[in-house]
Design a protein around this ligand. Structure first.
Ligand code: PLP
Length: 380
């Protein structure tokens, strides 16, 4: 079954008792038992609910993997993975990981004895550290946020597999439609379903996907033991959203590519980053690893901080907000928003300057988006 069909039918069977085409929201905390200890498959919603199972079936199917476990947010999914490690374990992480992943490692799990070392995983000269340091986990993201670095998932996974370590890929920016980390050899694919998977900016969620039974069991345990479960309503919304993932991603890619080309032609722009722009340093790798460039475009303007802030505040369709991956366009200033939790020195070291702006290009008509940008630009 192809992904467009799987996104609509897998985990979306009509409800058997009434025939309701759309499965209902099982808004219940607990489930009646047939006799003590004998259930109909569910006992308490913290450890499972039909809405979770439905979404898990859909998400494992579209990523062509065995297992999926859903969580209350992307950070809850990340917490689930990290909570399965133990005191003294080392994580080797990409230096441009998502700001809140950096923060949870640095400010939460560090206190419990997990240590982290950061590397530039887009440079294969650094790969020997994977073998030398024998970390418990290798944590990468591709494309990265907000610099859109592309990491060769297949190459990293080949080395990680040899060391017996576990490769985790944060697949949020690409989504299962454009990239399948498990197929490329990763052990775990984690995503914030808040973003492209749901696509409508109306709920939070996370998922951990794997082919390995032991990791699947660890995730089920974390869901109930750490209390990281989502709500039935949120998973129901995400089940609705994911049905249109393929058509949305096609339009995101088309619009973002056009918007990136347009920005690249402007004299006030220093650099435009988009994985499917020929000027992207890893263009060839992006083309090999992803089936589309996704919807995020990152730009460095030749503007002062003042001018940059004025420009993004003058946009009408690009709402100034954190998050990404929804059908509506958003704009974000990482240095003062998503990455404010990273110390300035470290931020600049990894390339997040004050003039950097991240656009999450939605599925509107791109002519309107370009007009909107031109209008805001004339005000500078
Ligand atoms: C948003 C995001 C997360 C965290 O997800 P939440 O649903 O906001 O908790 C993790 N990784 C990446 C790359 C993200 O963009």
């Amino acid at each position: 079954m192809e992904i467009e069909t799987a996104a609509i039918y897998i985990g979306q069977e009509p409800e058997p008792n009434t025939g309701a085409v759309i499965p209902p929201i099982y808004s219940t905390s607990t489930f009646s038992q047939i006799e003590p200890g004998v259930t109909n498959g569910y006992d308490y919603t913290r450890s499972g609910n039909p809405n979770f199972s439905n979404l898990e079936k859909t998400l494992s199917a579209i990523e062509e993997a065995e297992y999926a476990t859903v969580f209350g947010s992307g950070m809850a999914a990340i917490t689930a993975i990290l909570s399965s490690l133990k005191h003294g374990d080392l994580i080797l992480a990409e230096e441009n990981i998502y700001g809140c992943t950096y923060r949870i490692l640095d400010r939460v799990f560090n206190k419990f004895g997990l240590s982290v070392e950061y590397l530039d995983f887009s440079n294969s000269d650094n790969f020997h550290f994977i073998t030398e340091k024998s970390p418990a986990l290798v944590w990468i993201e591709s494309p990265t946020n907000p610099l859109l670095k592309i990491i060769d998932i297949e190459a990293v996974s080949r080395i990680v597999q040899k060391t017996g370590s576990t490769l985790v890929v944060d697949n949020t920016f690409a989504s299962a439609y454009l990239q399948k980390p498990i197929k490329l050899g990763a052990c775990i694919s984690v995503s914030s379903t808040t973003k492209y998977i749901n696509g409508h900016s109306d709920s939070l969620g996370g998922v951990v996907i794997t082919d390995q039974e032991d990791w699947h069991e660890k995730m089920i345990f974390a869901q109930k033991a750490v209390g990281l479960n989502p709500s039935p309503f949120d998973t129901w919304l995400i089940s609705r959203g994911v049905k249109t993932l393929p058509v949305r991603m096609e339009q995101h890619c088309k619009n973002a590519q056009r918007f990136a080309n347009f920005l690249e032609s402007l004299s006030v722009v220093k650099t435009v980053r988009y994985p499917f722009l020929k000027s992207h340093v890893q263009y060839e790798l992006a083309k090999r690893q992803m089936t589309g460039g996704s919807g995020i475009v990152t730009v460095t303007f030749d503007f002062s901080l003042e001018q940059t802030k004025k420009l993004i505040s003058g946009l009408k369709y690009f709402t100034l907000a954190e998050s990404l991956g929804g059908i509506e366009s958003l704009v974000c200033h990482p240095a003062s928003m998503t990455h404010a939790s990273i110390p300035q020195q470290e931020r600049e070291y990894v390339g997040i300057s004050d003039g950097l702006v991240r656009f999450s290009v939605g599925i509107e008509n791109c002519d309107d988006l370009i007009d909107d940008f031109n209008n805001a630009l004339t005000g500078i």
